[in-house]
Design a binder for this molecule. Structure first.
Ligand SMILES: [Zn+2]
Length: 99
């Protein structure tokens, strides 16, 4: 009888949905999904808090955010430069077929 109780307890422990670890339900996947909105500042306060909370404990996502930010900045700078350089003329890469 004692061993039966034990088994029941064990089963209940295993059925516990989530161990109360320092791992909230907010995953790295969630973070990467929200990263663009986070930078665009379009998250609501709950999402934003969850996101920042996740980053405070996840070096991977911090690194990813930094890379993402940098990429956006570089892309923006690149496009700005390109539009300055190639403003007046249209693209004509082929030699003109005159004659
Ligand atoms: Zn993460």
């Amino acid at each position: 009888m004692a061993s039966r109780d034990h088994a029941r307890i064990k089963r209940r422990v295993r059925a516990t949905p989530r161990p109360m670890k320092k791992r909230p339900q907010f995953s790295c996947r969630d973070a990467t999904d929200l990263i663009g909105d986070y930078l665009a500042d379009t998250l609501d306060s709950f999402e934003r808090r969850s996101f920042e909370n996740h980053l405070s404990g996840c070096a991977d996502c911090v690194a990813f955010l930094a890379t993402y930010k940098r990429t956006v900045e570089l892309t923006r700078a690149f496009l700005a430069e390109q539009s300055l350089r190639t403003k007046p003329t249209g693209l004509k890469l082929r030699p003109a077929m005159t004659r």
